[in-house]
Design a protein around this ligand. Structure first.
Ligand SMILES: Nc1ncnc2c1ncn2[C@@H]1O[C@H](COP(=O)(O)OP(=O)(O)OP(=O)(O)O)[C@@H](O)[C@H]1O
Ligand SMILES: [Mg+2]
Length: 768
């Protein structure tokens, strides 16, 4: 709410601005007609206190030095004057006088107080309310307004002035701190400049401003800030600045102060490749919920493909500045282990790996002092992890969680928000074409159709068919995207006919599904059936990837598509069907800024592809290839994890983290020996990234499953690695046992290098 809006909206007749002087206006024009200053003083007093006062008290307030009868007579005269000038706003009885708050008016002191109050709550939007408050603070309360011979009024005004000024100082300080934390040094220094105008004595603020100006690249201004501090102290107190301030000044002068490290990123939201369509009402409602301090867990609910993720990303984007520590997105779709939920959050927030403390402890410690929105995407398959989120919310008072899920988390205090379909035309009414674009579903259809047929347009001829397609698809964004992709070859009328035929045909198999899910399922089925054989094969096989894969990997794992082909040159072979799947909205292309392009599937679509893969009987073969590929990759990359390529190699493995987990999961069921090799090669990655319990979990399970089938060298490697990770977790007993086992196997193998490493770790374990 801005000053303008406050004044403008209800067109208040009377506006009282008492901060930075007294300005009283009626309908926008300065109000005249006050017989004395005391008339104005009384009006201010009544408006600010806002409660009834006895005539005796008011007489004492303004004429305390005058005999009682004279005072009362003066008061009568002033009241008579007020009644004439602002009669609608004061109610006067024989005993009491009050400002009538129910009559529309505007009082800057009230607006200021309500903004500082809202700003000090931990609610979202708090900082913009504080900024509003300091904008309202045009100067001290009743600055320059002196009423002679009214000591009691003076006393009241002085106390009020001091109170408001402390609030303004507090707000300026908080704003400066907030801006500095986000790296907006120039803005932060402006706030401190305003603070120093109000209170030039605060040496700490001067010092802070010197530093901020320097950080903002204004070295000269920083140095003159020091000069002005000196002159303030000299002229008023005859003192010199403190040692700390002078040292800072000297260091800036000689260039010895380091530039600040850039502040941590305020969000990690992936940029959506296309603009959001519709959803205005939903965004307003969701903002309202987030502004409610009681709402700390908000779940966007709905079937696959309805647009939960897309909406959550937009909410996050809209509120990045409302959360002091930003907004962070965590994709949980490929997480299968409850322990890894915390790890995924820790990774997204980049919480530093701390010494010997568990990930949940580090996470809640880190979040405890932060005001942050955590977006947890695809929670539905992790519902047993919900209590963990409850614990996190209880431990971290300024944390808010926005989850997307196909089912509620069922936690106390959870706000459920069912995401509706996109807005749809009424199927029974023939809207004219230009009205149809009011509906988000129609706009989505048109936008997606244009990506495959740039000249495609809504016309009087095809409007009815397009409206019918959107309705037939229940306004489900994913279904609309899949259908629109077919516009390259079919007219809307043809598309509608085929959709209706095939959906009627397909509907039989899916009767147990809820209606929208059935629509989606049928639409995916329909898209799939229209694919060529090589496209189908590739599409199914892509289901083995989690978080997508690069073209090379897709070629190695999914090629060749035709029986008897080779993987030689398979990437070229795959480009065409991959491009075609992407045109059909079945595959997404993600262009990372500096990483290779990755091909991914939306979760609903991946689940469908996985079903098809199992039905084709190829599941095991492809998953075996997937595991073999990642084993080769990790064995190649691992030796470089300790060299100059470390950062690049870690980033490479980070990008494949979900694929690596998927490969390990498959191996532990179907091929533990390969799994153990993979785990033994991966352990340094786990160590460096702090994924200690994840790593130990895999090593332990795979050692047990692979047993003596695994080559001794691999077992030695795995035992030593597990022992080393156990040391990091302070699990002394297990660490020693595992390391000793490793030592024994290395010794049996006569491998001096392996033995040396294992003994070294064992020694360190005993020493620690
Ligand atoms: N309002 C919208 N504007 C434009 N595109 C949208 C909109 N809503 C959804 N989409 C698109 O529709 C597809 C499905 O949406 P989304 O992935 O958000 O669904 P979801 O509900 O999260 O599904 P799942 O449960 O499978 O995770 C995506 O390609 C998304 O970009
Ligand atoms: Mg989603």
């Amino acid at each position: 709410m801005t000053k303008e809006r406050d004044r403008g909206a209800g067109r208040p007749r009377l506006a009282l601005s008492l901060l930075g002087g007294v300005h009283i206006a009626l309908d926008g024009a300065p109000l005249t007609g006050f017989v004395t200053l005391k008339s104005q003083a009384l009006l201010c007093y009544l408006a600010v206190t806002g409660r009834p006062h006895s005539r005796d008290a008011l007489a004492a307030l303004l004429w305390g030095d005058t005999p009682e009868e004279d005072a009362k007579a003066s008061l009568r005269q002033v009241l008579w004057n007020l009644q004439k000038v602002v009669g609608a706003h004061v109610s006067i009885t024989r005993q009491t006088v009050a400002f009538d708050r129910s009559v529309p008016h505007w009082l800057d002191v009230d607006a200021f107080s309500s903004a500082t109050r809202a700003g000090s709550a931990r609610a979202i939007g708090a900082y913009s309310r504080l900024a509003e408050a300091v904008d309202l603070y045009a100067g001290d309360f009743l600055a320059g307004f002196y009423v002679r011979d009214a000591p009691e009024f003076d006393e009241w005004a002085a106390a009020k002035r001091e109170h408001l000024r402390q609030h303004a100082l507090g707000a300026l300080e908080q704003l400066a701190e907030h801006q500095a934390r986000r790296g907006a040094y120039s803005t932060a220094s402006e706030y401190l400049g305003r603070l120093l105008q109000l209170d030039p004595w605060r040496e700490d603020a001067h010092r802070q401003r010197i530093l901020l100006l320097y950080y903002a690249g204004r070295r000269d201004a920083a140095l003159s800030q020091y000069a002005s501090l000196r002159s303030v102290l000299q002229s008023e107190l005859g003192e010199e600045p403190a040692e700390e301030t002078t040292t800072l000044y000297r260091r800036i002068r000689t260039g010895a102060v380091e530039r600040p490290v850039p502040p941590p990123a305020r969000h990690n939201l992936p940029a959506p490749p296309t603009p959001l369509l519709g959803r205005q009402d939903e965004l307003v409602q969701l903002t309202g919920l987030l502004e409610d301090p009681a709402c700390r867990l908000l779940t966007l609910l709905g079937p696959g493909g309805i647009g939960k993720t897309r909406l959550a990303l937009q909410v996050g984007q809209d509120h990045v500045d409302d959360f002091a520590d930003g907004v962070f997105f965590v994709s949980l779709a490929s997480i299968h282990n409850l322990d890894l939920v915390v790890q995924a959050i820790v990774d997204a927030l980049k919480v530093e790996a701390g010494a010997r403390r568990s990930a949940p402890e580090r996470l809640s410690d880190w979040l405890k002092s932060r005001q942050l929105l955590l977006v947890l995407d695809n929670f539905e398959h992790l519902l047993p992890a919900a209590p963990l989120i409850a614990r996190l919310l209880a431990a971290c008072p300024a944390l808010t969680v926005l989850a997307t899920s196909r089912a509620p988390l069922h936690l106390r205090g959870e706000y459920e928000f069912p995401v509706p379909p996109l807005s749809l035309p009424d199927p029974g009414r023939a809207d004219p074409p230009d009205r149809l674009t009011d509906y988000a579903a129609v706009r989505l259809f048109l936008e997606r159709a244009r990506t495959v047929r740039p000249k495609f347009a809504l016309t009087a001829g095809n409007a009815a068919a397009i409206a019918a397609i959107c309705c037939r698809l229940d306004g489900l964004p994913l279904a609309i995207e899949l259908a629109a992709a077919r516009i390259r070859l079919l007219s809307p009328e043809e598309l509608l006919t085929r959709l209706e035929q095939s959906i009627a045909l397909l509907a039989d198999g899916a009767e147990d599904l809820p209606p929208r899910q059935r629509t989606l399922r049928n639409t995916i089925d329909w898209s799939y059936n229209l694919l060529s054989e090589p496209e189908r094969t590739l599409f199914r096989r892509l289901a083995v990837f989690r978080d997508g894969a690069t073209l090379d990997t897709v070629a190695a794992v999914c090629g060749p598509l035709a029986a008897g082909g080779t993987t030689e040159g398979a990437d070229v072979d795959l480009l065409r069907p991959l491009g075609s799947l992407s045109d059909k909205s079945l595959v997404l292309r993600k262009d990372g800024s500096n990483a290779a392009v990755r091909f991914t599937l939306l979760e609903t679509i991946r689940e469908y592809a996985a079903e098809r893969l199992e039905a084709s009987g190829e599941g095991d073969t492809v998953r075996r290839q997937h595991a073999a590929h990642y084993l080769a990759l990790v064995e190649q990359v691992a030796p470089e994890l300790h060299g100059p390529q470390q950062a690049a190699r870690l980033a490479q493995l980070d990008a494949e983290h979900a694929n690596l987990s998927a490969a390990l999961r498959w191996c532990s069921e179907r091929d533990p020996t390969t799994g153990l090799r993979l785990a033994a090669a991966l352990w340094q990655f786990w160590l460096l990234r702090g994924y200690w319990s994840e790593g130990r979990g895999w090593l332990k399970a795979l050692l047990r499953r692979a047993g003596s089938d695994a080559p001794a060298r691999v077992r030695a490697q795995a035992s030593s690695a597990a022992g080393h990770l156990a040391t990091y977790q302070s699990d002394t007993k297990a660490a020693r046992a595992l390391l000793l086992e490793g030592v024994a196997i290395w010794r049996g193998l006569g491998d001096r290098r392996g033995l040396a490493d294992a003994l070294h770790w064992l020694g360190r374990e005993y020493a620690s």
